[in-house]
Design a binder for this molecule. Structure first.
Ligand code: HEM
Length: 225
């Protein structure tokens, strides 16, 4: 029997339009500016390989307080909006790789698992490396402190190693779902080809992160306990 069509009321259609905009925004902000900023942040952190002064100039110094405020807004606001969108997606969609053990489903499940890990990691990282030093201790995080923690506090080392692994996966795989969502790629073949970009990207991000951690660990070992 043909179903009786139900004309959408203005309230229903504006709710649907609002939900569409929210979902597009959550996805868009994940790449512009979040993913781009994350890559720049990792690149700046590589200055740890050149010593404390180079790291502090590249990572924690700002030419003007306004530049610092703008950076905080440009990064933290999109992060919060993406997180709200992401938590919504986590609550409404379920992985089905238990019934279908396909590669794509594994990636889908890992994207969600790393989302939770990245949420916890960024909560700790933003508080301990950014907000607490500036708001409670009255200045940016000194290289001596973070490298000391990295060498002598095992939980810090483990959290950074695992947290950056999660960020590298979430960003690289997220870029491929972004390309699918926005129609940059559509055929199955094109999606497979995208792996040639996202897998090296994952490995490069991981190598950058772990190189920074290694440099800090080494520098921390040179300090008195
Ligand atoms: C460094 C910070 C982060 C970056 C760079 C980032 C990046 C991305 C990217 C590029 C995507 C793909 C978007 C798309 O498919 O259109 C994505 C998806 C996702 N993100 Fe994040 N993200 C970050 C943090 C977080 C956090 C803290 C959460 C916490 C809930 C989160 C939850 C999610 C979820 C659930 C998805 C999958 C959405 C879906 O495909 O349905 N993300 N992220």
């Amino acid at each position: 029997m043909p179903s009786i069509s139900h004309a959408e009321s203005p309230t229903e259609s504006s709710a649907r339009a609002a939900s569409f905009v929210r979902s597009r925004l959550g996805s868009f902000l994940a790449v512009f500016p979040l993913a781009i900023w994350t890559v720049i942040h990792l690149w700046n952190n590589l200055a740890a390989l050149s010593g404390p002064a180079a790291w502090e100039t590249a990572v924690t110094s700002y030419p003007h307080p306004v530049a610092q405020l703008v950076t905080a807004i440009v990064v933290l606001l999109p992060l919060v909006l993406h997180m709200v969108w992401g938590i919504g997606r986590l609550l409404t969609s379920r992985p089905n790789n238990v019934s279908y053990n396909y590669y794509a489903n594994l990636k889908y499940a890992l994207q969600r698992i790393t989302a939770v890990g990245v949420l916890l990691f960024l909560g700790a990282h933003i508080w301990l490396a950014m907000l607490r030093p500036r708001l409670v201790e009255g200045g940016p995080e000194p290289f001596a402190d973070i490298s000391h923690e990295m060498h002598f506090h095992l939980p810090t080392l483990i959290v950074y190693l695992v947290g950056t692994l999660g960020v590298a996966y979430h960003l690289a795989n997220g870029l491929s779902t972004f390309c699918m969502g926005w129609g940059v790629v559509s055929s199955k073949r094109a999606m497979r080809r995208l792996d040639w970009v996202t897998i090296p990207l994952f490995l490069i991000l991981l190598a950058m992160s772990w190189a920074v951690i290694y440099a800090m660990y080494q520098a921390g070992g040179g300090q008195a306990v």
